[in-house]
Structures are given as C-alpha cells and as structure tokens.
Write a protein that binds this ligand. Sequence first.
Ligand code: GLC
Length: 665
Amino acid sequence: MIGKYRFGTPFATDAIVRECALSKGALPRFRVEEKEGNVLFSYTLDKKDCVFGLGEQVRGINKRGWLYVSYNEDDPEIYESRTSLYGSHNFILVSGKETFGVFFDTAGKVTFDVGYTDSDELVVTARDVDVYLIEEESALEIVHTFRGLIGRSYIPPKWAFGFGQSKWGYKNETDIREVYEGFEKNNMPLDMIYMDIDYMQDYKDFSVNKERFPDLPALSAELKEKGVYLVPIIDAAIKEEKGYTVYEECLKGGYYCTDAQGKPYTVAVWPGESLLPDVLDPASRHWFGSQYKTLLDMGIEGFWNDMNEPAIFYSPGRLAQAIDYVASVKGQNLDTHAYNKVMGAVTSLHNSPEDYAGLHHKIGGKRVSHEKVHNLYGYNMTRGASEYFAEYAPDRRYLLFSRSSYIGAHRYGGIWTGDNGSWWSHLKLNVAQMPGMDMCGFLFTGADLGGHGWDTTEDLMLRWLAFGIFTPLMRNHATYWVRPQECYVFKNKDAFRNILGMRYSLLPYLYSEFVRAALNNRMLFKPLCFEYTQDERARTVEDQLLVGDSLMIAPVVEQNAEGRYVYLPERMKLIRMKAGDRYSESVLEKGEYYIPVALDEVVFFLREGKVLPLAKPAKNVKSLDEDHLSWIKFISEETTYDVCRDDGFTLSALEKSFMRYTLKP
Ligand code: GLC
C-alpha cells in the first residue's frame, strides 16, 4: 500500500514511474511541523527499532545513531564523520515495533537525523517534497513495492559482470597493453580495462589523444576479439576552447548551465575553464547524450560517468578574489587565525555553495538555481547517455555507471561508490553499503576494490577481492599517486588467480540472481533480518549478507585476521573454496562459529533447500562454459533452479532466457 503526501511545490524528479494520486488527510505515523521554511517529519523510535536504507551512505546497515544529509558531495576523504557521499537516496525503512518504508522525493537537500540528536527520535528535514509512505507485511515486501514505484533497475551486458582493471594513469596504448599482458601472462581472468582521464586530449570529453592512442578503434576491436572491453571515463564539464566542436555546439545550442541572467556560467574542473551541460533540460540532455556517439562509433560499449555532483574546482571570479586576498597578506606575519583565513580562501573554492547557488538550469521555461535541484545532476547526465544508447542501438545493453546519482538513475545505469581509501574500514563500509543501494534500486554497484586512495597491501587486496567476487560491478581501481595494485603485481599470484577465477565459476549464479532481482524488483543483497524476521540475533548482524536466494557471505574485513566469527541463522552448508573447481563442504547447525579463512580462499554458506550452479573458472565471460555446469546442493528433495542463458546484450530477450535445471538430492 502506497500513500502520497505533498509538502510545498516540489520539482519533478522523475524518480517514480507509476502515477500515484495524492492521499487524503495527514501523513500517518509522523508528527509534521514547519520550521524556518523547512518541514520536519518526526517519529519516535522504539529501543529495538532499526532504520535501513539511504543507499550509498556512510556507517552501517542499520542507520540508527548518525546524521545523514542528502546533498551529493564530491569529496574523496570518506571518514566516518562524513554525512553526505556522492548519491542521494532518500528511502528509509523503519523496522521493529512498526515496519514501514518512506521515500522523500525532492531535488533539494534532505537531512535524516536517525537518533543522532536524540537517540529515540527519527527526524527528517526537507522542503518542497513528495512523501511516499509504503506499508506492507514485511521489509522485503515494502522494498518490493517501493521498487515497483521507481521502476526496473538497469541491467548491463553480461561481459560487465566479469572482472575489470582500472587505474588513473594508464596514459597510452602501451600502458593498456601492458595491463592486458599482465593478466594474460599470469593466466588471470579479465573482461575490462578502464580508461581514466589520461586518454583524452587536454581532458576534453569525447576526444582521444592521437599521439598516445593513435588508433583507438583498432585497439578496441583487437582487445574485444580477445574478450576484453575498453571502458572510458566521461566527465560532466566541457572545456571552453575555441574550435573544440563539443564546446562550440554546446555554446551554439545554448545547452549549458547559466548564471541568473542567462549567460554561460564558467566553472573549472580537470581541463580548466569549462561549461556544465544543462542536463536537466531535455534538449540539452539529449544533445549531451548524443556526444557519446563519437566513442560508440569507435567500438566502445561501456562508460563511467564522473565528476557529476557536479564537481567544481573553482569559478574564475572567485579564484581571482582568493588570489587577491592571498596577495594582500604578502609579507605579513600571520598568526593562526590569519593563516587559516588564507588557507580557507583557497580551499573554500572547491564545490562552493556560492557557485551552486549561482549556477542555473532551464526548467519548464524558467531559470532555476542549481542549489534547488542539485541532487538531480549526475542522474540526468547518466539518463542522457542511456536515452541516447537506446536511439543508437535499440534493445542493446551498454555498460554505464555513474559516480553521482539520485533514485531514478537506477533505471539508466549503475553506480560505483566513489573515491574510497585503501583502508580495512572501507572494505567493511563496502559490505554495509550493498543492501542500502539495492533497496533504492541500484543493483549494479561496487566499490573500487583494493581502495582508490592511499597505498593498498596484498592482504587487503585479497580480502577485498574475496568480497568483490560477489558484487555485480567488480573493478580494481586506484588513483594516480598510489603504488600499483593490478592483481599480477603481488607476490601470491596463485591466490589472486584463484580468487578471480571464482568470480567466473560463480557467474551463472550471480548473473541469474542479478537479472531475476532486476526483473522482479527484488533485492540481491539482503541483511539477514530481512529473511530471518523472527531472529533477534540476525537483527544485529552488520557484516554478513545474503546474496541472492541461495547464499550467505561473511567476508573477513580485519587486518591480520585468520578467520572470523560467523552467525548462522539456520542450518547451512559451509563451502570453502580454494579455486572455482576446488572446494570442500560441511554442514553446520544454526549458531555462532569461529571460522578460519586463509588469505587464499573464500568461504561462503549455502542455505538449506538451495542449490548453487558452478562453471569452470574462465578467462573471460566470453569463454565461460555454461553448457557443463556442476552443482553444489543442500537439498533433501528434488529442486529446480533457473539459470539465465541469454545472449548477454539484448534487453528484450531477457525474460524468456531462463533455462530450468532439475536437481536430485
Ligand atoms: C575522480 C574519480 C576517480 C578518477 C579520478 C580521475 O576522483 O572518482 O575514480 O580516477 O577522478 O579521473
């Protein structure tokens, strides 16, 4: 059951796909009050109530005990103290004495005080918002109804479920080939090599540096033949440069964001002074989407959209002021306050509220300040690309994922969780983020495995991969300044080869479960308590997840740990995998266990009554042999399992592409 309640005059976000009439009467369950132009929605939590959701956010699976702000933020320092990350996913599910879901649909800022100010109070603050209250019998059914409201999740091509290698700093064709050979020589599987901003000419979108990549179409074709796809990055901002066609077209068509008077608003990102395409305006969005044609025509079939919060390094006027200010104190003896002012003058240029307020969009014939619709920018950049792909090659699936997002973007692409660090705490965060993102429709998700910022270590990389083999987007990515972390640079190559291989062995299962979850608006990663609803202990488990219908995982997320405690909410079969075709199994009763897990193995659990299809480890998705599956079974009677065996890239064929297997005990 869905109730819809309107407060103020919200902008259309297009987050929902099902028409929903406004409900009569007041919003049930919440106390609603107005304060300084905001609407406050308060709900008193019972001692044992949990609050789930909020998609890509900091902290645990149960969000209780912290303050979360939906205001898309480009900031790579992801500490526990942060309140906003790159996405705004305003859906929460209160579970306990009463169980219900609420979606706060607004383009503007929302604050979720989940027992932060007062440990028993949930207070949501927004303005101009449509509130959807969803009531069903269980958490899983609430999510199902919500997902039906926001529409079907994006499904990438099958090759995108392989393993991808990425790093900022693969500067030319030779570097790309070196990565390919690194994997090839070490007999490690690979499906994608990502191209960061280094491939562009002067960081200009949809351009390719001719000296460093003399023939990108040929390179792409050659690698694709070997089963490896090139996936370039696309940034939001367009360099201002006379003669650069994309810029000239943008200017001529009036496709840019403006100031309050309608003049182009210059911001600076990687290429220096740039314009932001006004992707909130349908004509501009279409124009920006159509620019992907340049790379599609070169044989590229996958993209990652970046810097689309949007990130603004500075705007020229404010930079000039900052420089003047710094110059004005030259020669002075600065005490701590004066010094901080100098530092602040420069650091505050980045993503400044003044620039967000000054930047304007065309919405419904009016000029609207970006500040009011901030959270919709990355969403609409991705939407523009996806809508264009559908024109370019109807019914074909392309790989597309974004850094910034809002609910609704889940129909057009996946997301990655941005610039994490090579920290154990971020591996743990990655685990906790998965169910939240699923609840909000983002099924094709993953983090930078091994960590993006700071130097990684071999053990962290292995443990992260051992979890990453279960995440739909499986990519090792790191920033420019850190030491190499390609899987073949480490000492224990067998361990890397075997763990990567397991991804391919598990792929018939992971892909089938993913496609099924997307087609049926279901979750792929579930907190234990969503299934084991009567189990008090399951409610508090923050570091174990159910993956699809058959499996439970309990990743090791601690440095130097030789295993971990695992809670089994029912009898399960422990699978200890040394390689995709080498594993042992043993049955464990419900309860708590210390399970040793070596660095070179993966341990997971098969639920009773379930089966797991396995393929032989493969070099890439293209060469995966799904005609000869083996099965791990934990059944006492005949059971069926449907494996998705589509062509891997057509959208409309998916529903009819499941092959039924009947398994005997
Ligand atoms: C941003 C992205 C990161 C990328 C870098 C350079 O920080 O989040 O993934 O490597 O930009 O393009």
